[in-house]
Design a binder for this molecule. Structure first.
Ligand code: ATP
Length: 381
């Protein structure tokens, strides 16, 4: 098993730069998720690690070998594709055996590896069927099985669950995460789905426009997003953003149609930036019904309900406060009607403050600043 290190990796298609100066370190045994909106370059990164796409600059190291010039078959990786890429005319057993046969693995070892993978994935009863005779979820398991039997140093997954329905996706994502914990194989997993990223990744790397924006554990990204983009990308419903200025020497956040007092915990940040134009971020779960007691310092806001979406465990309320729309996750047993004015409580200590111009978090921790190579633990670039 091996870690994977990318240093200064670039990818250009003709003159178009699609990956810019990428530094990323995936530790041995780690489950790293690459996530970002469509077209951000995450699949290209995975394909460069696999050797399916040449790099235009930088180095990629797997274990202690620089693999820049190695063909895919010599990189000790196994890739699982969105399309499964199973051979339709072969049985499940033959699909699982194929890569091993090509490598001239002894028969007894092939049987042992295939049986073991089939047991792990619960596909032993399906071994004599062809892919046509399987459900989407079963095909996906076979595709994962084909990667497992190879016993590679690194698993690469490219949106492997996109063709499954919502229920199967939830089931398979737990299965893949459990499997990785059991096998401890270093894994790099690409998805555009932030819920998949948060639930599966030990660390998550967030990409936008060919650049790595932040890498950290799911909770680090949730609690301390380094930019407005990451803040809006991680979490559902997304964080609310309010344009405001720091006024009263740091004591108040003034939006066009309402003000919020700055809690003591954030005063060191606002006191250092009086007059600054900021984006104030507040997650829907930090806006409460007025009858609930918030954590720490709070402020009351009146808002007019536009829509309320009951989800059973909570109700998502979209309400207008002055010029701003606020989305709040509220108690499901209260279902405010459109047009109703409701009192909301904002947990002030949970506010996120970003510079309006640079879009960067104002209270960036030292480790949030760009390192040359991402160290273990939290970091952002
Ligand atoms: P998606 O989730 O839609 O697959 P992605 O984040 O995986 O998106 P990539 O497939 O890595 O994005 O593509 C990154 C960028 O590179 C896109 O703008 C894409 O159009 C461009 N690109 C990818 N492959 C090629 C190619 N062979 N030639 C030219 N441009 C390409």
């Amino acid at each position: 098993m091996a870690g994977v290190t990318l240093r200064g990796v670039e990818k250009r298609f003709d003159k178009t730069v699609v990956i810019k100066n990428l530094d990323l370190e995936v530790h041995e045994h780690e489950f790293m998720v690459l996530v970002g909106p469509s077209g951000c370059g995450k699949t290209t990164v995975l394909r460069m690690i696999a050797g399916l796409e040449e790099i235009s600059g930088g180095t990629i190291t797997i274990g202690d070998r620089v693999v820049n010039d190695l063909p895919p078959k010599d990189r000790d990786i196994a890739m699982v594709f969105q399309s499964y890429a199973l051979y339709p005319h072969m049985t499940v057993r033959e699909n699982l055996e194929f890569g091993l046969k090509i490598r001239r693995t002894p028969r007894a070892q092939i049987d042992r590896l295939v049986d073991h993978a089939a047991q792990l994935l619960g596909i032993a009863p399906l071994l004599e069927r062809t892919p046509r005779e399987l459900s989407g979820g079963q095909r996906q398991r076979v595709a994962v099985g084909r990667a497992i039997v190879r016993q590679p140093a690194v698993f690469l997954f490219d949106e492997p669950l996109s063709n499954l329905d919502a229920k199967q996706r939830v089931q398979m994502r737990a299965e893949i995460a459990k499997l990785q914990q059991r096998l401890q194989t270093t894994t790099i997993y690409v998805t555009h789905d932030q819920v998949e990223a948060m639930t599966m990744g030990q660390r998550v790397a967030v990409f936008k426009d060919g650049e790595l924006k932040q890498v950290g554990t799911p909770m680090e990204l949730y609690d301390r997003p380094a930019t407005v983009f990451v803040a809006g990308f991680i979490g559902t419903p997304p964080m609310n953003f309010i344009a405001a200025s720091i006024t009263d020497g740091g004591a108040t956040l003034t939006a066009p149609t309402f003000t919020l007092p700055v809690p003591a915990t954030l005063r060191p940040v606002t006191d250092a930036a009086p007059g600054r134009r900021v984006v104030v971020g507040v997650r829907p779960e930090n806006i409460l019904d007025a009858n609930r007691e918030g954590r720490g310092e709070t402020a009351a806001v009146e808002a007019e309900v536009e829509i309320a979406e009951p989800l059973g465990s909570e109700v998502i309320v979209h309400a207008r406060a002055g010029d701003d729309m606020l989305v709040a996750k509220l108690d499901p047993h209260r279902h405010p009607a459109p047009g109703e004015t409701i009192s909301l409580v904002i947990e002030l200590e949970a506010l996120h403050l970003f510079d309006a111009e640079t879009q960067q978090r104002l209270d960036r921790a030292p480790q949030d600043r760009a390192p040359a190579v991402v160290p273990a633990g939290n970091s952002a670039v």
